[in-house]
Design a binder for this molecule. Structure first.
Ligand code: IMP
Ligand code: MG
Length: 178
């Protein structure tokens, strides 16, 4: 285990089997469609690449990079789009793949935006759900793990751009960020 982690919350085996289970559920539901699978950079990259490999229908891949300002305490939060989609979402069935839903601000904004752009449907797939922290009225349609309110890293998730490459989800030691 990395020295900055307090403990491993989810092992590689747990991640592999649960991601497969969720991907196969999604695969069944979308089997006659050609969804646009939108990964939210950078946190979703490892989850995204594991998830899409279980899909058997034709899919198109696309990515967005966003950052949120003022989510949480400040109510006038705004989503900043750092990289937008290449594809037009009009009339498309969109599957958003995101690492974690925390306050819900990012995904509430993104779903709203893609529907406003004319997506036929928007489905949200998340690896982790910190359900205790929710402030916005938004739910994942498919979520792999409900987790307690701890700051986690690895499997794509970072702290200050570090730890994304760890193959497991670890709880970061408080001493690293306090
Ligand atoms: P939300 O907009 O409050 O739902 O925040 C979602 C974003 O916050 C995620 O996409 C992550 O980038 C980040 N985030 C929230 N909790 C964690 C964590 O425990 N580790 C790493 N990133 C986190
Ligand atoms: Mg993120």
């Amino acid at each position: 285990m990395h020295k900055d982690c307090e403990r491993i919350m989810l092992t590689e085996d747990q991640l592999r089997s649960r991601v497969k289970e969720v991907a196969l559920q999604v695969d069944k539901v979308y089997k006659d469609k050609c969804p646009l699978v939108v990964g939210i950079l950078k946190g979703s990259i490892i989850f995204y690449s594991d998830f899409i490999r279980f899909l058997t229908m034709p899919v198109e891949l696309d990515f967005m990079a966003v950052s949120s300002y003022g989510s949480g305490a400040v109510s006038s939060g705004k989503l900043n789009i750092k990289k937008d989609l290449d594809r037009d979402v009009k009339g498309r069935d969109v599957i958003i793949v995101e690492d974690i839903i925390d306050s819900g601000f990012t995904l509430a904004c993104l779903k709203d935006l893609l529907l406003k752009r004319g997506a036929a449907s928007v489905c949200i797939v998340t690896l982790l759900d910190k359900f205790e922290r929710r402030e916005y009225d938004i739910k994942s349609d498919y979520n792999c793990f409900l987790i307690e309110n701890e700051f986690v890293v690895g499997y794509g998730l970072d702290y200050n751009e570090q730890y994304r490459h760890l193959p497991y989800i670890g709880i970061l030691k408080r001493s690293v960020y306090e």
